[in-house]
Design a protein around this ligand. Sequence first.
Ligand SMILES: Cc1cc2nc3c(=O)[nH]c(=O)nc-3n(C[C@H](O)[C@H](O)[C@H](O)COP(=O)(O)OP(=O)(O)OC[C@H]3O[C@@H](n4cnc5c(N)ncnc54)[C@H](O)[C@@H]3O)c2cc1C
Length: 454
Amino acid sequence: MSKKVIIIGSGPAGYPAALRLKELGAEPAIVESWDFGGTCLNRGCIPSKAFLDTGHRVHAFEGLRELLKAGSEVNFSPDMLDWDKIKARRAEVIAKLRTSLEKLFQAKKIEVIRGRASFSGPNEMAITGPHGEIKRQFDYAILAAGTRPAFPPPFKDFAGQLTDSDRIFDLPARPKSLLIVGAGVIGLEFACFFNSIGVQVSVLEILPDLLAGEDPQVTRVVRSSFEKRGIKFHFGKKASRITVTGGRKTVELEDGTNLEADEILVGAGRAADLAGMGLETLGLPWDRKGVKVNEFMQTTTPQIYAAGDINGISLLAHSASRQGEIAAENIMGAKHTFDADIVPKCVYSWPEVGTVGLNKSQAEAKGLTVKTSRAFYAGIGKAVACDETEGFAQLVFNAADETVLGAQLVGGPATELIHVIALAVKLKLKRADLKSIIYAHPTMAEAIHEALYK
Ligand SMILES: Cc1cc2nc3c(=O)[nH]c(=O)nc-3n(C[C@H](O)[C@H](O)[C@H](O)COP(=O)(O)OP(=O)(O)OC[C@H]3O[C@@H](n4cnc5c(N)ncnc54)[C@H](O)[C@@H]3O)c2cc1C
């Protein structure tokens, strides 16, 4: 008899798990209470990249101005962009991808159950949806329920009047000014996009710098690039009070300063919300970080696995997908583990950021002596030809034997190039191995080549 597995959540953790289980001969079913494809497809990675693509087009269009014949004029300003059309384009992108995902599930004959799942026993789930309540038995379950935008105090009491990364995509009108709370990846990507379409953007961050834990060389480049474009940062400041009057929103800081904007986007992290899911019937504890798993993605309740944001290991779609597959494979008898050291961390703003493995201070914290080698795009032919000279490629080596420990790329196609280094970290390649391949000329990848000789 094939194993019956129910997966809660159709995001990038849940749907690859279902596909893998089917491939391995199990009988998977997937339950989804909202849009198929989860946060990533509907309210995260994909819509934010569709928005950022609009920003890129504006950026490219602006770049043409200097090449116009003397006397000709392009009558364009970002104010001319139609907010409803920007939203419609994002909706089209989502619909296209969601439809093909749903068709894939139909083609593979994987059951999709619409409704909200909760555990009603150690091997039983109750699903409440358009069909009323149904009960389903399972041998194993994979919890892939994701996370929600978090509202820390004092924003918590104003959640309904402020916006978050779910609702920002559907704002009825483009705000004239936007205050973003949180200078993490989500906050920065929205800052970059809204600034590019003519919104006055400021960012409030409680920490002293953006992208917490990132190499200071990287954050310096990003910060100065954003500031040059008019994005204002307020670092090391804590909000104490919120007021909302007549459409104007104000954050009072602890130092007495007021920050005002038409709209406030709270991008200060995400939290698990597993209330009402019956985890207590399984004796499974959870908190705002989600549910703890072992290296095999298995919770303390052996028949329940947890993959993706909900286990709090790495709040990224590609981590979620790998973990979903690992959970599926382990249910089918494998003993696979998740390698968090080779997860690329990317920011799709401009400049882009792509990092993997260890940076200098992380390596030193592990007691290693490191050597870093950096090459700037300003010295790379393709970068100069394309006017993309911001940023650098930095490689981190173990000083003892020149093993590649990690890389920090900022500028150029950092989110694409980072995979070369992910492979090097995974395979424990040395500087000489990376030197032994031939880098096409002219490419942005030559920054990696240059860095190897520094
Ligand atoms: C604005 C934004 C941009 C992002 N950009 C990127 C990016 O560029 N790259 C990247 O790697 N990551 C990005 N992320 C993070 C990424 O979206 C998440 O890491 C990823 O979606 C997590 O996948 P998941 O499957 O764990 O959860 P989710 O994608 O959140 O899916 C969970 C699903 O479970 C469903 N569910 C929950 N409870 C139940 C229940 N009881 N019954 C039935 N269904 C339930 C939910 O409705 C949801 O559809 C971004 C996130 C945001 C918010």
